[in-house]
Design a protein around this ligand. Sequence first.
Ligand code: ZN
Ligand code: ZN
Length: 150
Amino acid sequence: MKHVCALCHQEFENAYRMLVCDDCYNRILQNMEKSEPGICPVCGVHSDAILRNPRKKFCGKRCHHIGHAVISRKYRMDHSQRIREMKKTRLEKKKARLRRKRSRIDEIALIGKYMDKSYGITRMLLQQRADQEGISIDIAIAAVRQERGI
Ligand SMILES: [Zn+2]
Ligand SMILES: [Zn+2]
């Protein structure tokens, strides 16, 4: 949907029901970060009202409205990005866990075959060793493989 930017009046593709175009959005964000005293971050006009009142950020109702739309869009974008990243790392962790589990099963089976013992017994022996030496089962597996040259 085409929309006219409330600030620079250029037409833009309005994907987020924004009042302003991306150029203005980015400029307003930058201005808010810099936050020069007495300058409205939306329209760039000098305002005595902002200068006098430290809680006042925008020169008037219109800029207040636009400014808050920018803030909430940024919040939404940051938020959805964080959710995406969290989902991604969770999935990767799960995959790594599965890989580790699968390779551990393979290794225990390999050691069992070598020692001519069942998977269950081998696993139990490895777990015993891990407990005795206070190491993880993965390290116990690696130690046994190294000792026996498996
Ligand atoms: Zn604009
Ligand atoms: Zn303004």
